[in-house]
Design a protein around this ligand. Structure first.
Ligand SMILES: [Zn+2]
Length: 272
């Protein structure tokens, strides 16, 4: 990269660019990464431009991901290009928002579950019906199903600063029971086993999208779907009940952390 000249703030004239390897502990892992900065050959003071700082952050993230056996941002980008996929096309293939792809390529560290999903997608696999329950993923439909749950429960499920702790469990039952009884999920969402129960895969990136979605643009609920939602609300009128029930489900218990729960497991649900 072409660099502007930078003068030493202590008046020693032009500083030199120095590339070096540094070692540090990051998230408990020892990593070594390359960094570049300006250094004054006279007094030794160091300085850097913002793009150097963000390049350093990316280098740290990639060194950590390499050490933790996660795909690096560079590997994700190269894998995607090898398949001739745009960021949007990869996002669709994985059933995630494009923002996630941009962040992972840019240095945000993906979860282990998302790393597995990335590896599958970059091997040419498309997230199959197994994980979306025979329906195209729709954020607007998540909003619609949540709205119907809220009206039958008589309370709000999505609150300010929410991490979807309760909403995701209600949604999970709605999707799984609909798949079991109607052969099709309600929202096309993918769920993973998280410590606090089944959770929408990548929910952190979805929360704002769900809040801003227009439920009127979603395919309307069928009478059968509405009946399932009513049944869920009557079975779990209070939020702690849906949490406790989800934690008793063998299909959640037998999965390891971050593992995707396929829709085919819906036949083994016990609480509903
Ligand atoms: Zn100096």
């Amino acid at each position: 990269m072409a660099r502007k000249a930078l003068n030493c703030p202590n008046g020693h004239g032009e500083m030199q660019i120095r590339k070096s390897r540094k070692s540090t502990k990051f998230r408990g892992v020892d990593i070594t990464f390359s960094t570049e900065c300006y250094i004054c050959p006279v007094c030794g003071i160091e300085a850097g431009f913002i793009d150097q700082t963000s390049a350093t952050q990316r280098a740290i993230s990639d060194a950590y991901r390499k050490a933790a056996s996660l795909l690096t941002g560079k590997e994700i980008r190269e894998g995607r290009k090898r398949l001739n996929l745009s960021q949007d096309a990869l996002a669709k293939r994985m059933n995630v928002g494009i923002a996630s792809i941009k962040r992972w390529e840019g240095g945000l560290i993906q979860t282990r579950a998302m790393d597995n999903a990335l590896r599958h997608a970059l091997q040419g696999d498309i997230v199959g019906d197994k994980y979306i329950g025979n329906r195209t993923f729709s954020v607007a439909r998540i909003k619609l199903v949540l709205a119907h749950l809220e009206s039958t429960l008589g309370k709000k499920l999505l609150k300010k600063g929410d991490r979807m702790l309760f909403a995701a469990k209600y949604l999970w039952y709605a999707d799984m029971v609909a798949f079991r009884e109607l052969g099709k999920s309600m929202t096309g969402s993918t769920y993973a086993r998280l410590p606090l129960g089944p959770q929408l895969n990548n929910y952190r990136d979805l929360i704002d999208e769900i809040k801003n979605a227009d439920e009127a643009s979603a395919e309307p609920l069928t009478p059968e779907e509405e009946r399932i939602i009513t049944r869920i609300s009557r079975t779990f009128p209070r939020e702690p009940m849906v949490i406790a029930a989800a934690h008793r489900e063998i299909v959640w218990k037998r999965k390891s952390a971050g593992e995707i729960i396929p829709y085919s497991d819906s036949v083994e649900l016990n609480e509903l």
